[in-house]
Design a protein around this ligand. Structure first.
Ligand SMILES: [Cu+2]
Length: 306
């Protein structure tokens, strides 16, 4: 072994663990997923609280073979809108990714959120770094059976809402949409976020519960919230209204920015090669030291968990 080779090996033994540490810290701190209505991946992640201890989540982690630590990393590159051709039937909730396969279990007891038919929904989609792109929200069709694998034919052709480039406030995108008025019982709210600032598309399943069918008479007896809603009784008309409303609302700035409150998480953006957002160049200079520190802490946590 030459002296040069020995130096190289010595240098690698010092640098490689640092790189591995930085890399290991990246997945848990970027991207996003719905936290309200809570997505399966977030509910069953180590950050899911009591929900992570539910029977469904424990079964999901067991089937997955690993915890859903990277709850915000359920993304597929280069789909370009070909969701139905790319993600196989029965694997919609994992996006077809083996690392998330536990989310595809056909169960009727996933942690869920109660919703009101026809109401205005404000989805909270947690994110620590901004991306531009469009969110499409789908609800499984009336008659959906949660004990069967979720397939594309369970979803309508068209989303009930499309929201383009929403503002990122308080660490989350807020997506406003009018819910369809004809759903009862348990459903899946399926969200597709196709980025324009990265090649990625994000997929997520949020389990939601509408009042049971026997409550329907009571529901329709309530006053409707707006004249347009009462005028458009048909499903297609109301979904059209929802779409018009969400696409009409102007985005204050096409260039989302990380505010001072996000300063603690901003440097991590520099670790993502596909996520070179506007904040990346600003923080790149001072980020290296912070990355090593936060990466080391994250690795220590991971090691302790095992
Ligand atoms: Cu991302």
């Amino acid at each position: 072994m030459s002296r040069m080779t020995a130096y190289r090996i010595a240098a690698l033994t010092v640098v490689a663990p640092l790189l591995a540490t930085v890399w290991a810290a990246a997945p848990a701190q970027a991207h996003g997923a719905p936290t309200d209505p809570v997505s399966r991946v977030y509910a069953c992640s180590p950050e899911g609280g009591d929900r992570a201890q539910s029977t469904a989540c424990r079964a999901a982690v067991a089937a997955n073979g690993a915890p859903f630590t990277a709850w915000d990393n359920l993304r597929v590159a280069n789909v370009n809108g070909r969701d139905r051709q790319t993600v196989p039937d029965g694997e919609l909730c994992s996006g077809g990714l083996p690392a998330y396969k536990g989310l595809d279990l056909a169960r009727a007891d996933w942690p869920s959120t109660h919703l009101t038919p026809g109401a205005t929904l404000t989805m909270k989609y947690a994110s620590t770094i901004p991306h531009t792109g469009s969110f499409k929200l789908y609800l499984t069709k009336p008659g959906y059976d949660p004990t069967k694998p979720l397939t594309w034919s369970d979803l309508p052709e068209r989303p009930f809402a499309t929201v383009k480039d929403p503002a990122l406030t308080g660490g989350a995108y807020r997506l406003r949409a009018t819910l369809p008025s004809d759903r009862t019982g348990r459903h899946v709210l399926y969200t597709i976020w196709q980025n324009t600032s990265t090649p990625d598309t994000y997929y997520s399943c949020s389990d939601v519960v509408f009042p049971a069918a026997k409550d329907k008479a009571e529901q329709s007896a309530r006053p409707t919230p707006s004249p347009s809603a009462s005028a458009s009784a048909s499903k297609s008309a109301s979904s059209g209204a929802a779409k018009a409303r969400t696409t009409k609302s102007p985005t204050p700035s096409a260039e989302p920015r990380t505010t001072a409150s996000g300063a603690g998480t901003a440097p991590v953006a520099a670790t993502e090669t596909s996520d070179a957002g506007p904040s990346a160049p600003m923080v790149a200079g001072g980020a290296a030291a912070v990355l090593v520190l936060t990466g080391g802490a994250a690795l220590a946590l991971r090691l302790r968990r095992r």
